[in-house]
Design a protein around this ligand. Structure first.
Ligand code: NAD
Ligand code: UDP
Length: 348
């Protein structure tokens, strides 16, 4: 059987780290990316880290003919689907762009997979699909209730994938869908080599890249969005996960899809998080201690749409994927800083 994984969005932040883990685990890797939010240099670095080569196609996943060519040329056994847009604020301003890219793009990919009879898929979902819940530690069985267009694209794709898998039961099929929906919590960090990492365009929206750019002097001051939440120090609490742990979770998911566990097919969601929360101030303190740099910050009003606190219950991923995080918050901070110092202009 072929051991080749098609990685959509593989030149991006999480996808490039997944390519490293796949190559190191012995898989062949084919990447499709339109480079809308990434640089080809990330894939050169992936090859530098691993000493292995991968195949790259610059194409949009909405280009059905391009996908058909890839599936014809390459002997693909499974797909990791990272390609998508991810900025919450932009998704509120331009919802159609998000539905078009994330939802329609996935539909075109699913068509191409169906035609090529490739039925194993790992999908990049997000903890944002849970919306507001009374409990702060999220289990996979909580109701879905995304609160912005970006989150809704993830929730919609999850539903489409569940429907695709359910339809197998209604018709004779030799190849049932085997799908893992991976709900990420807050990915941060970088590969320990410092060769690949997060390279956001413009001013970052997320906490960690913002903190890093303040520490290195690119940005003046961090705004801490709210210190009056019902959390121990009043600032927002999140479950930060090292991107390398996250990437390893994808390889574990592929292994599970190819094992007896998914023997009869199915579509299943898994939380990928550390299972514990850190506040904004705790993250800043860890960063200052590790780097010896001061992070200039001010307390600002709450950001619209932010929840006070949530973190993963990662128990199901441990039980069924045999996956757990290995890295600490200090590792996340140290590796982020290493990447930033070695690449002050990102991949440029
Ligand atoms: P990223 O922007 O770094 O990577 C996404 C990649 O997909 C980019 O290389 C981009 O050029 C490519 N892409 C986008 N649209 C495409 C299209 N139509 N055709 C081909 N390529 C396309 O983002 P990331 O942080 O690596 O996120 C990867 C996935 O994980 C996304 O689906 C994102 O929604 C999801 N996710 C990310 C986070 C996070 O905090 N980073 C959290 C939860 C879920
Ligand atoms: N945050 C902040 N200042 C920033 C960016 C984020 O205080 O400039 C806070 C945010 O309110 C949340 C946490 O940091 O409590 C993580 O936010 P991020 O945008 O990184 O991820 P989210 O959890 O919103 O997906």
């Amino acid at each position: 059987m072929s051991n080749t994984v098609l990685v959509t969005g593989g030149a991006g932040y999480i996808g490039s780290h997944a390519c490293v883990e796949l190559l190191q685990a012995g898989y062949s890797v084919v990447v499709v990316d339109n480079l809308e939010n990434s640089k080809i240099e990330s894939l050169n670095r992936v090859q530098q880290i691993t000493g292995k080569t991968l195949t790259f196609f610059q194409a949009d996943i909405r280009d059905k003919a391009a996908l058909a060519t890839i599936f014809t040329k390459e002997n693909i056994s499974s797909v990791m689907h990272f390609a998508g847009l991810k900025a919450v604020g932009e998704s509120c301003e331009q919802p159609l762009k998000y539905y078009h890219n994330n939802v329609y793009g996935t539909m075109v990919l699913l068509d191409a997979m169906t035609e090529a009879n490739v039925k194993q898929l790992v999908f990049s979902s997000s903890a944002t699909v849970y919306g507001t819940n009374p409990q702060v530690q999220y289990t996979e069985d909580l109701p879905i209730g995304a609160v912005n267009p970006y989150g809704r694209t993830k929730a919609m794709v999850e539903q489409i994938l569940i429907d695709m898998s359910d339809s197998d039961k209604l018709k004779p099929t030799q190849t049932p869908w085997k799908i893992a929906l991976l709900r990420y919590f807050n990915p941060i960090g970088a590969h320990e080599s410092g060769l690949i990492g997060e390279d956001p365009n413009g001013i970052p929206n997320n906490l960690m890249p913002y903190v890093t750019q303040v520490a290195i002097g690119k940005l003046q001051q961090l705004s801490v969005f709210g210190d009056d939440y019902p959390t121990p120090d009043g600032t927002g609490v999140r479950d930060y996960i090292h991107v390398v742990d996250l990437a390893k979770g994808h390889v574990k998911a592929i292994e599970a899809l190819q094992s007896e566990k998914f023997g009869e097919g199915g579509c299943k969601a898994y939380n990928l998080g550390a299972g514990l929360g850190y506040s904004v101030l705790e993250l800043i303190q860890a960063f200052e201690k590790m780097t010896g740099r001061k992070v200039n910050y001010k307390i600002a009003p709450r950001r619209a749409g932010d929840l006070p606190e949530y973190y993963a219950d990662p128990g199901l991923a441990l039980k069924e994927l045999n996956w757990n995080v290995e890295k600490t918050l200090d590792d996340m901070v140290a590796d982020t800083w290493n990447w930033q110092v070695k690449n002050p202009q990102g991949y440029n």
